[in-house]
Design a protein around this ligand. Structure first.
Ligand code: CP
Length: 309
C-alpha cells in the first residue's frame, strides 16, 4: 500500500508497487473518467525552490484532473524562505494546510529532510543533482508503453551525466530489471558519478560501458536518453560554454540508429536535439511529458489512499 508514504527516491517503491502505478496510469490514459473527482476536497502543495515547467504543472494538472485543489509557490522569493525560514519549519507549516506536498529544492537531501518533518506525504520533485523519482516513473512508463517491457533493454544515456539527476534516478531504477545494459555517453568531465557506478552498477553486477562517442554506440541502443548540460550546476561559465554542445542529436546520427529505437529526453531541451529530429517517429519526448501527467495522477491518488496500489 502506498497510502501515506513519502517518495524521495525510486527505490522507495518495490517493482510490484511501481508496476501497480503503471497499471493505474494506463487505465487513466485509456479512460479519461477513471479516478476523476476521486481527490475532491484534497489539497496538493507545490513547493518549488527551483524553476520548473513540466514537473510542477503536470502535478497541478494531475491534482485538478483528480478533482482536488492546489496551492504553493513557484520560486522561493515569494515564500518566507527568503526571510531565512528553515526548510523544516516551512514543511511543518505546509503540512498544516495540505494533504500532500511536492517539493523541488537545489540542495541534495532536501526531500529526505522534508520527509522527516512532514506529517503528510512528501514527493521529491528534484533535489539538486541527486534524484528526481517522479521523472523516473515517467521515463519507465514511457519505455514500458512504447517498447512493451523494461527487461533486456540496452539503454544509452547521453550528455551531462554528472549533474543530471534524472540520469541518476533512472539508472538506479533500471538496474532492478533483468537483462538491462547501460551505455553512458559523456565527456570525461561530465561522467556519471561514482556512487552510481560503484554503489549501484558494480554492486548489482549490471553490465555498463562508458564512452565519449555517440556515433560509435547509437546503432546498438534500444533507448537513447538525451540530457541537456545543466548550466545552473556549473561553478564556472567557461566550462559550461566549452561543454554545452558536446552532443547534438541530428538526422545524420538518427540514420545510424535502429528502426525501433526510442529517443527520450526529460526536457527542457536546449541544443542537444535538433528540431529536425522532432518529426522522427522515434522521438517520443513530448509523449513522455504526457505520460508524466498520467503517472503523477496515479501517484497522487495512491499516496492519498483514494485508490489501492
Ligand atoms: N523534466 C523536468 O523536470 O522538467 P521541468 O524542469 O520543466 O520540471
Amino acid at each position: 500500500m502506498l497510502r501515506g508514504r513519502h517518495f524521495v527516491e525510486p527505490g522507495n517503491f518495490s517493482i510490484a508497487e511501481t508496476d501497480g502505478l503503471f497499471d493505474l496510469a494506463s487505465k487513466i490514459e485509456e479512460d479519461g473518467n477513471y479516478l476523476r473527482e476521486s481527490c475532491r476536497g484534497k489539497v496538493l502543495a507545490t513547493l518549488f525552490f527551483e524553476p520548473s515547467t513540466r514537473t510542477r504543472l503536470s502535478f497541478e494538472a494531475a491534482m485538478l484532473r483528480l478533482g482536488g485543489n492546489c496551492l504553493g509557490f513557484a520560486e522561493p522569493g515569494s515564500s518566507s524562505a527568503s526571510k531565512g525560514e528553515s526548510l523544516a519549519d516551512t514543511v511543518r507549516t505546509v503540512a498544516c494546510y495540505a494533504d500532500i506536498m511536492v517539493m523541488r529544492n537545489p540542495k541534495e537531501g532536501a526531500a529526505l529532510l522534508a520527509s522527516r518533518y512532514s506529517e503528510v506525504p512528501v514527493v521529491n520533485a528534484g533535489d539538486g543533482g541527486h534524484h528526481h523519482p517522479t521523472q523516473t516513473l515517467t521515463d519507465l512508463l514511457t519505455i514500458k508503453r512504447l517498447r512493451g517491457n523494461l527487461e533486456g533493454l540496452t539503454v544509452g544515456f547521453c550528455g551531462d551525466l554528472k549533474f543530471g539527476r534524472t540520469v541518476h534516478s533512472l539508472a538506479k531504477a533500471l538496474a532492478r530489471y533483468p537483462g538491462v545494459k547501460l551505455v553512458f555517453i559523456s565527456p570525461p568531465e561530465l561522467s556519471v558519478p561514482d556512487y552510481i557506478i560503484t554503489g549501484v552498477l558494480k554492486r548489482e553486477n549490471i553490465p555498463y560501458t562508458e564512452t565519449d562517442s555517440l556515433e560509435k554506440v547509437i546503432a546498438g541502443l534500444d533507448v537513447l536518453y538525451m540530457t541537456r548540460v545543466q548550466r545552473e550546476r556549473f561553478f564556472n561559465e567557461e566550462d559550461y560554454i566549452r561543454l554545452k554542445d558536446s552532443y547534438i542529436l541530428n538526422r545524420e546520427k538518427m540514420a545510424l540508429a535502429r528502426e525501433n529505437l526510442i529517443v527520450l529526453h526529460p526536457l527542457p531541451r536546449v541544443n542537444e536535439i535538433s528540431r529536425e529530429v522532432d518529426a522522427d517517429p522515434r522521438a517520443v519526448y513530448f509523449k513522455q511529458a504526457k505520460y508524466g501527467m498520467y503517472v503523477r495522477m496515479a501517484l497522487l491518488a495512491s499516496l492519498l489512499g483514494v485508490v489501492s496500489c
